[in-house]
Write a protein that binds this ligand. Sequence first.
Ligand code: BGC
Length: 757
Amino acid sequence: MKKTLLLTAVLAFAACSGGDWHDATLPAGERAALLLKEMTLEEKIGQMCQYVGPCYVPPDQGSPYKNIDASDENLGNPELAQRIRDGKVGAFLHVLTGEEAHQLQVLASESRLGIPLLMGIDAIHGNGLRAGCTVYPGNIGLASTFRPELMEKIGAETADEMRRTGMHWTFAPNLDVARDARWGRMGECFGEDPYLVSEMGKYSIWGLQGRDGDFAEGKVLACAKHLIGGGEPAGGLNAAPMDMSERKMRELYLPPFQAAVEAGVATVMAAHNELNGVPCHANSWLVEDILRKELGFNGFVVSDWMDIERLHSMHHLVPDQNEAFLLSVESGIDMHMQGDHYFESVLEGVRSGRIPMKRIDEAAGKILEAKFALGLFEDPIPPLPAQRGFPADAEHRRTSLEAARESIVLLKNDGILPLGSYSRIFLCGPNADSQTQLGDWVVPQEDDDVITVFEGLREAFPQARIDTLFFGGRVTGVDEAGLAQATSLARAAQLNILVLGDNSQRYSSFGRTCGENCDRDNIDLPGRQQELLEAVAASGRPTVLLLMSGRALGVEWAAESPSVNAIVNTWEPGQMGGQAIAEILTGAVNPSGKLPVTIPRNAGQIQCVYNHKHSQYSRHFALAEQGPLYPFGHGLSYTRFEYGEPTLSKTVIGPGESVQLRVTLTNAGPRDGAEAVQLYIRDEYGSVTRPVKELKAVQKPFLKAGESTTLEFEITPAMLACWGAGEKWEVEPGDFTVMLGSSSDDKDLNCVSLTVQ
Ligand code: BGC
């Protein structure tokens, strides 16, 4: 609210000041306001229009420049080049080559005011839509590190690679709270817990944008998405409706956006889904009242891909597309992502008096302000790749490796891991030597840039014979002949390693089973991979199962079968994944990843989350095992951590007071290692029902074997507050239980009581 008033004040000031928008010493907001004064209505609306990169426009495989004039029903406009020269395009997304980024900016420089284009891309876990850039583990894996501060480094490196490829704006972080494993987008989120999502998102934004709001030097705009509630769609299907109480929204889904706004996020993207009957692209309560006025967001809001059109075509909210465009502008959406006709509709909307000029000035003004802040006007045309060199960076790859090592979660281990020496290994499964490990939002990378599990193991076991069976890299490719072959190779081996799971690769023709718009009606291993697992395990030889997927997989049989000796959840570990996995298997690295989601036994248990209400499991499923397969926060180590009794500096406090908690942690096992120490709080009784526990803090110390440390946590009023019956955040007097330990499972937690008077 405060900041919105500020922009209005700047606009008013600029209207009477004599400054010049070319003056790079003026603040970005002031320059934007001065530039607006010189712009026609068409040029202002042009800033609100975003188009997809011409290399998406099919027919011509020749020069990308030629493709700009190509025509396609949805992707591309036959007059796009001219529209850019006319100043009717403000931004692009998914410009996939450096040549194109260069050529598009040259076209923009030929427009009357020469306003540069803002280039957006889904750099979700690294700038993976550009070949040669660093690909970090998928976001669910990054969350498994339980080290939010690592995101600042990853964000900064991603920003650096983006700027070096002519990009200025990433559609990340994804702050959806992922609470349904059928949903294919779980892998691009930071898990089911609002605290962890908020922390991961905050550090990610700081890394991408910097902490001081100065974007110019190697920084990019971040985008908090998707506002709001897409993480538990009905039936697990992307974009399906979300009906939730305001309390649930405020307690679970809004906190990550609040944290993002506090971290200074420059842009927000609206969600595909409807919220309580109102699509998020037509929801002025959400965008104007909550996001802008209440949270104080001062950047611009972009639509999701062609979702404004879907107010008509998918949501059946309005009878035609024209009305959808106008409604979105009235609801606070500032930029239209991809496609034609928006420009003309909005222009007519202003001319007819329906859309006030002030609304256009606000939207265009914020977009221009971002461009000024990025320094685009001073340096609009990126050099061609030949002059710029290769974007990849050895230091960034080391970060990717570090993140992969910490993201891998050891789910089960009967003692077989770390592996001893073996002379004959059978490595089997579609994901063992595949770019599946890169996850969604990545184009195929050079093979030399990716270390697969096969390559990692070959390096780790140089003397061993490794028999392989990869099913052509297809997770749905296991057939009768393959099962027979696997059975005999497994019997001949001393050790079997299976790499099974999903495939999220959006540009592969390999039967995608996960990722955006790839939801499933179950969470089993796709295709005949379960049969493969059982056939290999039946060999009687030691068997290790590696799960490579963007979603939690309900591998109940493997978890309970004694013939599967270990299960390692690798998620989608990025380009260095094979090395990190081999290091974990051999013990060169001690696993320290923890689950940022609960793993259900099967899809029937969904919704299965750790921070549920007390009544959820007051009754039991008939004919079934109770409880999740693996709890949130679970993850084994090769060493043993012992927790002392936690102590509070006071056990009775007033409502506005904080209290300190201390606990001793000892590495009582044989190996050095890191432990993600988790602090949960339960409000015992409230004016409304409260979850059984909520994660409130995490610390991840590294301890040498035999070493001890004392950890201190501050428990603040914000950590005790709830959105109570009074419909506001408050600390309600009463008893709280503070729990500290190695997972969300009660058996892993030590408790201490705290009373608020
Ligand atoms: C996704 C967004 C993404 C956009 C642009 C949409 O389909 O929902 O998350 O940023 O496409 O690629």
